[in-house]
Design a protein around this ligand. Structure first.
Ligand code: KDG
Length: 347
């Protein structure tokens, strides 16, 4: 009888433990509740680049920090290669609350908050250090506030990097070499107009469609940082690369506002700090391998062509009217604020 009673008690305990430890209950290592309501919150985080890119490694770092610091109360599922969509559709999903995190370039984000286009003004940032100071400083952080009206929370800036042009038609050494080239750009009017001003024939396209478009010859070329050109294997469908460095592309770490608002204050602090720390890690990874990626591209058979400072100066002149037009559109005060911050950070 005693034995039967003990067996029944054991079965009851197993049942209770299983119920408490189910998928909706988070416990820390000591077995106690991890704070908050005990409910596990899931962040589905998606990016367009593949799992080799520093952006994905940064996302895994974010996952590690968040899951550790919340004792598993927040779980991060990381998706790469546009598995959840492209920059634009994922940002829309954040607005709808059907996805929690994405890290788009500022160019597609400008379709939601037009002021973000200023960061894509050609030749705005002279180097990465200045970009860090402006983006992480008062001005950059002020821009993040502008996202709230779009049901988005901007937690930090990461780095896509200086964009360089590739194509399969000819080596680009001079401005004339852009003439008539069918170049894919990100979905952003400023990018389109800047390439038109250089004489190219640009076409906007989501990143998820780019490789096939180059493979099938729908476009002759594209522009992206060396990391992307190498890690996405664009060398398989592109012959020439030049150091145009025409735009410094930041990434913005975005969270769905409705999800963020549902977090406890402590959790909000954790995701914010994790987005900053993982972003610093991503920037470091991106920078340390940059020159190597260019060497790797050449090793894969691409021709590398330098654009001289004189030719780059001609490019600067050609895109000036486009910059002026967009400065007018965005608002002179906002644009001046950014240019002043760049000047200050360059001292
Ligand atoms: O994950 C980010 C990418 O989706 C995208 O921003 C890459 O620079 C990019 C491009 O050219 O679309």
């Amino acid at each position: 009888m005693k034995k039967l009673f003990a067996m029944m008690m054991t079965a009851l305990m197993v049942f209770v433990l299983a119920a408490c430890g189910g998928s909706n209950e988070a416990q820390n290592e000591s077995g106690s509740d991890n704070g908050g309501s005990g409910e596990v919150k899931t962040i589905r985080a998606g990016i367009g680049l593949n799992d080799q890119h520093p952006q994905f490694k940064g996302l895994l770092k974010f996952k590690e920090i968040v899951e550790e610091k919340t004792n598993g109360a927040i779980v991060v599922e990381a998706y790469h290669s546009g598995q959840l969509g492209d920059d634009r559709t994922m940002t829309e999903a954040l607005q709808l609350g059907t996805q929690e995190v994405t890290i788009p370039s500022t160019a597609p984000l400008a379709n939601f908050v037009p002021e973000f286009s200023v960061f894509d003004f050609p030749f705005l940032f002279p180097n990465e250090e200045v970009a860090d100071k402006v983006l992480d400083g008062e001005v950059g952080q002020g821009f993040l506030q502008k996202l709230e009206s779009q049901n988005l929370v901007g937690l930090s800036y990461w780095e896509n990097g200086f964009r360089d042009v590739t194509n399969s038609e000819r080596a680009i050494a001079t401005v004339e070499d852009f003439k008539g080239l069918k170049l894919r750009t990100m979905e952003n009017d400023l990018h389109l107009e800047a390439f038109r001003a250089l004489g190219a024939n640009p076409t906007p396209m989501a990143f998820t469609e780019l490789f096939t478009a180059m493979q099938q010859g729908t476009v002759d070329g594209q522009e992206n940082p060396y990391a992307t050109i190498y890690l996405q294997k664009f060398y398989e469908v592109q012959d020439h690369v030049s150091n145009s460095h025409h735009i410094y592309s930041p990434f913005v770490f975005l969270m769905s506002k409705s999800f963020y608002d549902g977090l406890t204050e402590e959790q909000q602090q954790i995701v914010k700090e994790a987005a900053v720390e993982a972003g610093q890690y991503e920037r470091e990874l991106n920078r340390e391998a940059n020159e190597q990626y260019l060497a790797d591209l050449q090793a894969e058979g691409m021709t590398y062509t330098e654009i001289s400072p004189e030719e780059r100066e001609k490019m600067v002149e050609l895109v000036k009217p486009v910059i002026d037009k967009y400065a007018e559109k965005i608002g002179k005060d906002v644009v001046d604020e950014v240019y002043n911050a760049v000047e200050e950070a360059s001292k």
